[in-house]
Design a protein around this ligand. Sequence first.
Ligand SMILES: *[C@@H]1O[C@H](CO)[C@@H](O)[C@H](O)[C@H]1NC(C)=O
Ligand SMILES: *[C@@H]1O[C@H](CO)[C@@H](O)[C@H](O)[C@H]1NC(C)=O
Ligand SMILES: [Zn+2]
Length: 552
Amino acid sequence: CGCRCVSTAEFQQRTHINQTYILVLPPFLAYTKTGRSQRPENEENPEFWRSQAQKTLQSVLDRKLNTNVAKNILFFLGDGMGITTYTAARILKGQLQNQTGEETVMTMDTFPNVGLAKTYSVDFQIPDSAATATAYLCGVKTNLNVIGVSAAARNGVCKSQKGNEVTSILKWAKDAGKSVGIVTTTRVQHATPATSYAHSASRKWYSDADMPDAAKRDGCTDIASQLLKNTDIDVIIGGGRKYMTPKGTKDPEYPRDYSSRGKRKDGRNLINEWQSMKIGKVAHYVWNKTDFDAVDPETTDYLMALFEPGDLRFEAERDPNMDPSIVETTEKAIRILQKNPKGFFLLVEGGRIDQAHHAGRAFMALHETVAFDYAIAKGLELTKEQETLTIVMADHSHPVTFNGYPFRGQSILGKSPLWATDMLPYTTLMYGNGPGHKITNGKRPDIQTKDYVQLSAVPTESATHSGEDVAVLARGPMGHLFQGVQEQNYIAHAMAYAACVGADQRHCQGQTEASVLHSTFTNDRNAAGVARGSVALLGSLLSVLLALAVLV
Ligand SMILES: *[C@@H]1O[C@H](CO)[C@@H](O)[C@H](O)[C@H]1NC(C)=O
Ligand SMILES: *[C@@H]1O[C@H](CO)[C@@H](O)[C@H](O)[C@H]1NC(C)=O
Ligand SMILES: [Zn+2]
C-alpha cells in the first residue's frame, strides 16, 4: 500500500528486526518504516555504556576547582540558542560528519560547569535580547527593548533614560586596563553587542535616522554614534556599515543597492571619524575578507571590520571570498586582544540563530549554532583554561520543539516516522508560533524539503521568543560560580568577581570568603595561590579583630 495509507494517533511500541523497525500501531495497522535506524552495534554491549560512564565519572572526580583570578573573559552568547536548539545542533554537527549525531560531543558540551538562568524581564515573562543583555552584561534586569538602562527607564522615552544608565562588564574590563572587543554575526549596533557599549531607551535607535525628533531634542544619541563615544573598544567585528555613513552614501560592496546606502541624517561618517580618532595607533577599518586577512594581529592595536551594510549572511549562505566565518573573526579578535598583558574581555555573539528561528527556518538556525560551536572551539584552542574564564550562554529561547520518535541517526531536519491523524507526515522540529502555520481546507500541507519553513501551531509573521530558562556553561577560573538556577543578571556579577573588574574587587584583594579560601589551599598549590590565600587569611583575621573592636 506504499506509505501514505497508514497513520496513527498513538505510538505504542516498536521493536527492531535486523535494524528495520516495525511500528505497531493501534488499532490494527502495521506500518514498516523503510528508513533504518543507524544504531551503532557496539552500543548493544552493556560494557560500552559502563566503560564510557566510568571514564566520565573519573574525569569528574579528577576535576580541580580553579580559583584563579581570570585574566581573560571569553563570553560566547548564542542569541536565541535555547536547549532544543542546542540539542538539535549537536545532532546536526555529528550528522554533517556522517555520524548518527546524538552521541556527538560539541565543544560546549565539554564545559564542566552548567547552570540555568531565568530570563524574564522586569515587565515581561518572556524577554528580548535588549533586556537580557542588560541583565547579563550590566548586572541589572530591565524592561523589554531598552539597552544599558535600568527598569526605571521606559521603552522609547528618551527623557526617562537620563540618570538611569547602567554600565557593562565590557567597560569595567576596559577601566581595569584590559583590552576589549565585540564580535557578532549581526550588525554591531544590534541589541546584544550594543548593550556592551551603549545606553538607549530604544534598541531600534541604530542611527540618528531611526530616532524620533523628540528623542533627539531631548538629548539622546543613536547607538552607532555611541560605538565611538562611550568605551574605547579595541576590536569591533560584525555588520552595520549603513548606520555609520551619511544618507545616500553608496555601499562599497553593493553600490547599486539603494537599501544598502548610508542612513545618517546628521551627515557624519563614523567610519572616517573612528579612523581619525585612532591616529598614532595601528588601526584598521576593513569591509571585506581580503583586507581582513591582511590584518596582522601582532601589529594591530585597533580593528573595525564591518562586512555587510546590515546583518551578516547566514553561515550556510556566506560567500567565503567576501566575508570571514565566525571562527575566523573570533580568532582574529583574540589574537589582537591577547597581546595585552592585563588580559581581555571579548563578547562573541552567534547572533543569527535567533533571526533564523524568527523566520521559522530551523535549518539556518542549526547551521548557525554549529558554526558558533566551532568558534567556541577556536576560542578554547587560543587561550589557556588556567587564566581564561569562558562562558557560553543563550539570552533567551525560541518556541521550537523536537518531537515525534525519530529513529536513531535520522536527519535532525527530517520527518517523524509516525504520521498524524490527518494522514500527513510532520517534521520532528516545529514551532509553537511563527510563519510556518499553513492550514488549507482544514488540512496541513505536505512537507516540502527545499527552504522548508517548519510548521507552527499558531500563525504569526515572525516566531516570538520563548520563556523557559537557558543554559549557562562555564570553564576556567571561578567557573564553579556558574551553577544552580540563577537570575540572569547574576552572570555579570559572577564574571566580574572572577576577573576582579568592576565594583567588587574581593577576588584580587584577598578578601575572599572562607570557602574560596579553602579551595585555594586545597586545589591551587602554586605559589601565587598560596600567597593569595595567606593574604586572604590575614584579611579574615583583621576583619574578625575589627569586628571585635567594634563590639567592644
Ligand atoms: C559524508 O558522506 C558523504 C557521502 O558519502 C560524503 O560526500 C562526505 O564527504 C562525507 N563527509 C564527511 C565529513 O566525512
Ligand atoms: C576590499 O576593500 C578594499 C578597500 O576598500 C578594496 O580596495 C578592495 O578592492 C576590496 N576587495 C574586494 C574583493 O572587493
Ligand atoms: Zn529575537
